[in-house]
Design a protein around this ligand. Structure first.
Ligand code: PAF
Length: 274
């Protein structure tokens, strides 16, 4: 695997590399990321990963400084997964001057996770656009675990006519159902044992809806109550339309249930499509 930190070096290394498939990450890689790298291979000739912990998408009270940086271990995993090129810029490589121009997503950036993480999706959209410009891929893969992020990036790519196909990868879970996430490492053993409750509740909502229950608000409330009783502090549990994450309006529109909740100091998100 070739590693580049400078944009100019990356660009010249990727010349003549055929169809480029890109998987951006913030590192601290787990099996979910590696599954995206493996899927990437089927979409083109050269698989490029990036590792960059993007300051722009963290709020002032979020975990930018303590976000786990595990570069050596990440490189070993990427090499084993057959990734061809790693783009690992430093902050001064990617932001050599203060980033004053931003990509501003529309209203979707203010709902669900956006309501609780102001500026987050603007930071994501800006860095992803910049990474796209550095790598110039034909295909890019993002995990469905960050469902709203995937939607922001899909819509942005379409509306800005970026010539990139966006592919969503299925969420990879531990045996007990917990969605893999770099933030799972923050959980204490007791919190880790409790954490699968979030996905269990999403599964219960899905089963209830498939059985004909249309009292979405009631289902959300019940899940929030159960989380609170088990010591969680929830931001939301929400049944939404898959198409635009708006409230369910049309009968039979494909739905998704999304949740964000805090266990101790760790904020977990998850979702399930219906
Ligand atoms: O999902 C992530 O790891 C990040 O939000 C991304 C897409 C790499 C942008 O920093």
């Amino acid at each position: 695997m070739h590693i580049h930190s400078r944009i100019a070096d990356l660009r010249s290394a990727l010349q003549g590399c055929g169809r480029i498939v890109f998987v951006p990450t913030m590192g601290n890689l787990h099996a979910g990321h590696i599954s995206l790298m493996e899927q990437a291979r089927a979409h083109g000739d050269t698989v490029v990963a990036s590792i960059f912990v993007n300051r722009l998408q963290f709020g002032p009270n979020e975990d930018f400084d303590k976000y786990p940086r595990t570069f050596e271990a990440d490189c070993a995993r990427l090499t084993a997964a057959g990734v061809d090129v790693l783009f690992a810029p430093t902050e001064s490589d990617l932001y050599p001057e203060p980033q004053e121009y931003h990509v501003e997503p529309p209203g979707i950036q203010n709902i669900l996770d956006g309501e609780f993480r102001p500026g987050h999706f603007r930071g994501v959209a800006t860095v992803v656009t910049k990474l796209f410009n550095c790598v110039q891929p034909q295909v890019a893969l993002f995990g469905k675990k960050d469902y709203q992020q995937l939607m922001v990036i899909r819509n942005m790519t379409r509306q800005l006519a970026l010539p990139i196909k966006i592919v969503g990868g299925e969420t990879v879970r531990a045996d007990d159902g917990l969605a893999l996430s770099s933030r799972n490492g923050y959980l204490s053993p007791a919190e880790r044992a409790e954490a699968p409750r979030l996905y269990r509740l999403l599964q219960e909502i899905r089963s209830a809806i498939l059985a004909g229950n249309r009292d979405y608000a009631g289902l959300e409330r019940k899940a929030l109550d159960e989380l609170a009783a088990a010591g969680w502090k929830s931001d939301y549990v929400a049944v939404r339309q898959q198409s635009d994450l708006s409230l369910p309006q049309t009968a039979n529109a494909p739905l998704v249930v999304l949740a964000a909740s805090r266990l101790g100091a760790t904020r977990l998100i998850d979702n399930i499509e219906i």
